[in-house]
Ligand binder design. Structure first.
Ligand SMILES: [Zn+2]
Length: 143
């Protein structure tokens, strides 16, 4: 958030308020996806011990799904670099991206298919996201 040229401060959330907001959005996005998968009869597992701790996984099909927050994973459409502590955040987000790529590689080596869904996709095109996941596991539309 920037200050205007005239120096009139806009309302600013503190960093912890911003982060709390970002986190709760992503958690909410995960729930939206889980509900939709359930509705389509796609039964996932949570907390499967794998590199990167996927948000959910289809163990038999070996499909690992991550819901990537637009902020934390630098979505090309929605990521805006924080103005305050810019260096800290640039470093932090770059580390996240590097970790994502490393995790993708590790999972692939173990024979897993990785599906990453942007938080914003779950809001804009939930059915599309479900279809991508169901294609990955090889079926669509319930048991
Ligand atoms: Zn986004």
């Amino acid at each position: 958030m920037q200050q205007t040229k005239a120096g009139r401060p806009r309302h600013r959330l503190t960093k912890s308020e911003q982060m709390a907001r970002v986190r709760s959005r992503n958690t909410e996005a995960e729930f939206i996806l889980r509900r939709a998968l359930w509705r389509h009869g796609l039964r996932y597992r949570l907390h499967v011990k794998l590199p990167g701790s996927p948000d959910l996984a289809f163990v038999r099909a070996k499909v690992a799904v991550f819901v990537d927050g637009c902020f934390w994973h630098a979505c090309p459409g929605h990521y805006r670099a924080p103005v305050q502590n810019a260096d800290f955040w640039r470093h932090k987000i770059q580390q996240n991206i590097a970790r994502d790529r490393r995790v993708d590689g590790e999972l692939a080596t173990l024979g897993w298919i990785v599906v990453r869904v942007w938080e914003h996709e779950l809001r804009g095109d939930l059915e599309g996201a479900v279809r991508i996941i169901s294609d990955a596991i090889g079926r669509y539309g319930g048991d």
